[in-house]
Design a protein around this ligand. Structure first.
Ligand code: ARG
Length: 465
C-alpha cells in the first residue's frame, strides 16, 4: 500500500526522486475550479445511469463544494500523496463524504479528466485574452484620438520616409490586435470540445450521455475519438500560438515606444508613473513596461515551441509528457496579461511631444515623393520623375538644405514642368491629404477609421467571444 489512489498493487513507496519530478499539484491546483465543475457534472452523469443514488449524489455535490471552498480560501491541506489536482480533490472528497466519494471515478480516468479541465480553462483564458486585447486596442484608440493632429515621419528601414499621422501609425497596431483577438476566438472554438467520457484511452464502458454532459459543462461539441481526446493537446498549442503572435505584436509596439521615448527620437513623453529611474544615473527615465513587453515575447514563443516539441514524438494516447502542457499555458496566460496591462498603462500615461515630432519632419527630404508625384501630374512618367527628384535631392544635400527649400529656378532647370504652384504641393498637409484612398493617412480617412474602430470595439464588448 502506498496511500495513493492507485496504490493497491504496489509494494513499497514511490521513490522520492520520481515523486518530486512527477507531482503536478503545486501548479495544477490552479485548475481546481475546472476539476470540481467537471467532477460535479460527472457525478450527475453517474446518477443518471444509476451508479450513484440520489442521496449519494447530494453528498458528493456538497462535498465537492466544501473542497472548492477550501481551495478558494487557501485552506486546502495537501497530503504528500496528493499527486495532482485530480487525486487531491477526490481524496479530500472521500475524506469528507466517505463511501459515495469512492464511486466518483467510475468510468472516468485522469486522462479524460485532465483534458477536460484544460479545455475548460483554455476557453476561459481565451475569452479573457480576447477581452484584454480589446482593452489594449481601446487605449491605442484613445491615444490616437488625443493625438489626432500629431504628424510623424513614417519610417522604412528606420530611415525617414514620408509624413504620417501618429493616429494612423497607432491604428496599425489596432489592426494587428484585432487579428490577434480573432486568433483567441479561434483558440476558444478549438477548446470548445468535451473530452470527458473518453476513459483512459478507448472510451467509457458505461452508458454515459456525453451530449448532456457537454451541455452541462458548456461545451459546444463532444470529442468523437477517445484516443484523440486524451492524447491531443493542439487546443493548448493554438492558445500558445495565439499568445505568441500577439506577444510578437506587443513586442513591436513596446520597441516603438522605447524608440519614441528615447532622447534621440523624443516623440513620446512618458508620465513619471510609467517610467523608472536608475540607481546610479540620476537623469534616467526608463520605459521599463515597454521594454518588458518586448522582452517577454521570447518567453511566449518559447512556450509554444516547448509544447510543440513535447508533442511531436508522442505515440497515442496519453503519456505523462503531456503534463508539461499546463505550466506553458499558465505562464503564457499570465505573461500576456501582464504585458497587455503594462502597455495599457504606458499608453494611457503618454503623450506625443508635438514640437519634437514637427522638428523631425523638417529633415530627411520627407516630401521628395510629393515632388515626383507633382511631375507625374504634369504628365512626366514616374520613372523619369524619380530620376529628376533624385538629382534634386543630391543638389539639396550639397547645399545642406531640404529638397523643398531649393529655389524654383533650380527645380525648373531640372524639369521645365515645375511651376510656382509646386509650393502648394510641397506641404505636409498636402502630402497627408493626398492619401485619401482606403488604407491611407489622409486626416479625413483616419478620422473615419477611428470611428469605425470605436464601433467595432463596442460590438466586441457585447459578445466577448
Ligand atoms: N497530472 C496529470 C497531467 O497533468 C494528470 C493525468 C495523469 N494520468 C495518469 N495516467 N497518470 O497530465
Amino acid at each position: 500500500m502506498s496511500g495513493r489512489l492507485w496504490g493497491s498493487r504496489f509494494s513499497g513507496r514511490l521513490d522520492e526522486r520520481i515523486d518530486r519530478l512527477s507531482r503536478s499539484l503545486p501548479f495544477d491546483r490552479r485548475l481546481f475550479e475546472q476539476d470540481i465543475d467537471g467532477s460535479a457534472a460527472w457525478a450527475r452523469a453517474l446518477r443518471r445511469i444509476g451508479v450513484l443514488t440520489a442521496g449519494e449524489l447530494k453528498a458528493v455535490l456538497a462535498g465537492l463544494e466544501k473542497v472548492r471552498g477550501e481551495f478558494r480560501q487557501n485552506r486546502f491541506r495537501a497530503r504528500a500523496t496528493d499527486e495532482d489536482i485530480h487525486t487531491a480533490v477526490e481524496r479530500r472528497l472521500t475524506d469528507l463524504v466517505g463511501a459515495p466519494g469512492r464511486k466518483l471515478h467510475t468510468g472516468r480516468s485522469r486522462n479524460d479528466q485532465v483534458a477536460c479541465d484544460l479545455h475548460l480553462w483554455l476557453k476561459q483564458e481565451a475569452a479573457r485574452a480576447a477581452k484584454h486585447l480589446s482593452e489594449l486596442a481601446a487605449s491605442l484608440l484613445d491615444l490616437a484620438k488625443r493625438s489626432i493632429d500629431v504628424v510623424l515621419p513614417a519610417y522604412t528601414h528606420l530611415q525617414r520616409a514620408q509624413p504620417v499621422l501618429a493616429a494612423h501609425h497607432l491604428l496599425a497596431y489596432v489592426e494587428m490586435l484585432a487579428r490577434d483577438r480573432k486568433r483567441f476566438v479561434h483558440a476558444h472554438a478549438g477548446a470548445d470540445v468535451l473530452p470527458l467520457g473518453c476513459g483512459a484511452a478507448t472510451g467509457v464502458a458505461f452508458p454515459i450521455d456525453r451530449t448532456a454532459l457537454a451541455r452541462e459543462l458548456g461545451f459546444k461539441r463532444v470529442a468523437r475519438n477517445s484516443m484523440d481526446a486524451v492524447g491531443s493537446r493542439d487546443a493548448a498549442l493554438e492558445f500558445l500560438a495565439a499568445c505568441s503572435i500577439c506577444g510578437v505584436h506587443m513586442s513591436r509596439l513596446g520597441e516603438e515606444i522605447v524608440l519614441w521615448a528615447s532622447s534621440e527620437f523624443g516623440f513620446l513623453r512618458l508620465d513619471d508613473r510609467v517610467a523608472t529611474g536608475s540607481s546610479l544615473m540620476p537623469q534616467k527615465r526608463n520605459p521599463d513596461g515597454a521594454e518588458l513587453a518586448r522582452g517577454k515575447a521570447g518567453r511566449l514563443l518559447g512556450h509554444f515551441v516547448a509544447l510543440a516539441a513535447t508533442l511531436k514524438g508522442l505515440p497515442l494516447a496519453y503519456n505523462k509528457d503531456l503534463q508539461e502542457d499546463k505550466e506553458a499555458c499558465f505562464d503564457a496566460a499570465d505573461t500576456l496579461d501582464g504585458v497587455s496591462a503594462a502597455l495599457r498603462a504606458t499608453l494611457e500615461r503618454s503623450g506625443f511631444d508635438t514640437a519634437r515630432c514637427a522638428q523631425a519632419l523638417r529633415g530627411g527630404h520627407l516630401l521628395a515623393t510629393e515632388l515626383a508625384d507633382y511631375l507625374v501630374r504634369k504628365r512626366v512618367p514616374f520613372r523619369r520623375a524619380h530620376e529628376i527628384v533624385g538629382g534634386l535631392v543630391a543638389a539639396a544635400d550639397k547645399r545642406s538644405v531640404d529638397v523643398t527649400e531649393l529655389p524654383l529656378e533650380v527645380l525648373r532647370e531640372a524639369a521645365p514642368e515645375f511651376e510656382p504652384d509646386v509650393r502648394k504641393a510641397l506641404t505636409i498637409a498636402a502630402a497627408l491629404g493626398a492619401r485619401k484612398a482606403v488604407g491611407g493617412t489622409a486626416p479625413g480617412r483616419v478620422r473615419r477609421e477611428l470611428q469605425a474602430w470605436r464601433r467595432r470595439l463596442a460590438s466586441w464588448g457585447e459578445s466577448p467571444i
